[in-house]
Design a binder for this molecule. Structure first.
Ligand SMILES: Nc1nc2c(ncn2[C@@H]2O[C@H](COP(=O)(O)OP(=O)(O)O)[C@@H](O)[C@H]2O)c(=O)[nH]1
Ligand SMILES: [Mg+2]
Length: 221
């Protein structure tokens, strides 16, 4: 069918740009983290609380993607770090070119961490590599334990699953152990951190995971 070669061409072009981005990050010692989840799982809330806990001297920036509005950029800008909104105007995911444009004029050589909040969607963002060193998928306890099984590619390609909104566990029938099991069924290597962006529970572990990603491969032990 004609559709397949077209899609392949678009993805190849994306991968070419993503590889350039990756080289830039590595040259500058910047950790890029790509956040993927369904709308409302708490990507922006996680970033808000993460930025709030950082010392203002940290060299951290955020690109946040949405189909419409700059609401998330406005929420995130309150923490004093550079933030830019990418409005995709209808596209259900970020691609590497959007990220490249979003970074134009930013002094990347001085960034320790670049957070990229993808468009809320558990399908489309999965196929678009953005040059990131780490991919995080969020699942909140109101979404059901079966989501890793329903969207296996997204969980398979993630390095970490953040299980969010654990403050709501007393109020919703959600089996956290089963959610872990399902995530590990599709990706036995996936790491899992449980947090509440409302109470701050689990953030020590989240920060530890994040800082561990900054250690260059091969320098441990
Ligand atoms: N109870 C509770 N609500 C949360 C938590 N994290 C996010 N929320 C709420 O969930 C909604 C969606 O969060 P948002 O960060 O906008 O999700 P995003 O679409 O993934 O960026 C907001 O009303 C948040 O206040 C949490 O840990 N606990
Ligand atoms: Mg958001």
């Amino acid at each position: 069918m004609y559709r397949i070669p077209m899609e392949r061409k678009v993805l190849n072009e994306n991968d070419r740009i993503a590889a350039e981005l990756r080289q830039t990050y590595e040259r500058n010692d910047t950790l890029c983290v790509n956040f993927i989840s369904a709308p409302g799982s708490g990507k922006t809330a996680l970033l808000e609380r993460t930025l709030a806990g950082f010392d203002p001297s940290r060299r951290v920036a955020v690109l946040t993607g949405d189909i419409q509005t700059d609401n998330d950029a406005r929420r995130l800008a309150r923490y004093g770090f550079p933030v830019r909104q990418i409005s995709t105007g209808g596209t259900c995911h970020l691609d590497a070119r959007m990220v490249q444009r979003g970074l134009e004029g930013w002094p990347l050589e001085s960034l320790e961490i670049l957070f990229v909040e993808n468009v809320g969607n558990l399908v489309c963002p999965t196929s678009y590599y953005l040059g990131e060193q780490a991919r995080v998928v969020l699942l909140s306890v109101t979404e059901g334990e079966d989501k890793p099984l329903k969207y296996p590619a997204t969980f398979f390609r993630a390095d970490l699953m953040v299980l969010n909104k654990v403050d709501l566990l007393p109020y919703v029938p959600f089996d956290a152990n089963l959610a872990h099991e399902n995530a590990r069924k599709v990706n036995p290597q996936i790491e899992i951190v449980s947090v509440s962006c409302t109470t701050g529970e689990g953030f020590d572990e989240w920060y530890r995971w994040l800082e561990a990603q900054r250690v260059p491969a091969g320098s441990i032990g």
